[in-house]
Design a protein around this ligand. Sequence first.
Ligand code: GUN
Ligand code: ZN
Length: 442
Amino acid sequence: MPYASETLLRASFFDFTALASQPDDIAAHARYLEDGLLTLREGKVVSLENWEIAEGRTDTARVIDLRGKLIVPGFVDTHTHYPQTEMIGAFGEQLLEWLNQYTFPVEGQYHCPDHAAQMSAFFLQQLLSNGTTTALVFGTVHKQSVDALFQAAQQLDMRLIAGKVMMDRNAPAYLTETPEESYQDTRELIERWHQRGRLSYALTPRFAPTSSPELLEKVRQLRSEFPDTWLHTHLSENQQEITWVKSLFPERDCYLDVYHHHQLTGKRSVFAHCLHLEENEWQCLHDTDSSIAFCPTSNLFLGSGLFNIKRCWQQGVRMGIGTDVGAGTTFNMLQTLGEAYKVGQLQQYKLSACEAFYHATLGGAHALDIDDKIGNFNPGKEADFVVIDPAVSPLQKLRSGNSKDIWERLFVMMTLGDDRNIAQTWVSGKPVWQREREEATV
Ligand code: GUN
Ligand code: ZN
């Protein structure tokens, strides 16, 4: 008999039971249960079994019956900016002009704790209503922006990694600070939030152009004082940006060397974009066990370039998927995977649904070095998951109905799916978001 405190869910389930080192290995680790039973206790997974096997010893009256739905691990967004939620879809510019014209003015508002609190709540609702249960998030330069986000995430018991932006040059005066101020504010936030419940801190120098060597030295110091924090920044996104970095740091070998020189590479270092890497940069990412956040909708929207998925596997570099809102154009991971597929197509790389869902779940967790905690339904994992309605519109029903197997259904989901497909989102073993039935059928 199950414990009284257990939660039991019956549905179809899909996840990956182990990490893969090559794309061809992923399918061997995929687990699909057409009719399964997931047992949860105290916010963790107890077991995932075939319903047939579990049925005899299960108190069926207590089972939450979600037959017809597909449950997958909560999506992991490895790179996003919560303050940019309110300027998503800004017209006409590429990276550097886009930052100056749209991004910086919006980020200037986050000195206000009320605004930060309001937008934090909105942002987390966007994540949850799109099935994302963990994210690595940029705040703004203001420490109150990160206080507000962590407070909101704490109330939901979400696993979230975030940090305040650090920048001391090449940005408006209202968004810059001295290296010492940046150090002190960051240190205060780490002491307040890092490893508090499910929250963790990421040192967040925005990117090399807005960082002086003195600022980067402060980041290095913080990393040596708090070695289990994350490092989150941008790398090699745009050709003009790369040329600018070379002129700002002529003494460094390449863009990545600006960070590497200050000991900011390594496990738990996550570099967003990595579109135009030189040979030695790929090698350095591999040698230091750093991670990449591949952000397809952002890379297409800003016209930044095409991420080389094949090369990333060949080089053995950890990689996850990022939405990069607000340069990215959606919070939805299904749509993001659909765009990742098109990025692959433009380079003759076939991104299968199997591989795509791997990156969005266990692979993303691995990129963030938290695959021991989340990413699949192995016993002991934290119970963060999404209940997907595989077909909600007439077109989805038609196309899903004529799909021959789970692989085709998943591929159709990442091609046609969006937030309407997210029926429920669970965090720490509790439902935290549920779509209204009327909404889902519109
Ligand atoms: N590089 C530096 N800052 C940013 C940002 O806010 N968004 C993107 N996409 N790239 C950046
Ligand atoms: Zn970004």
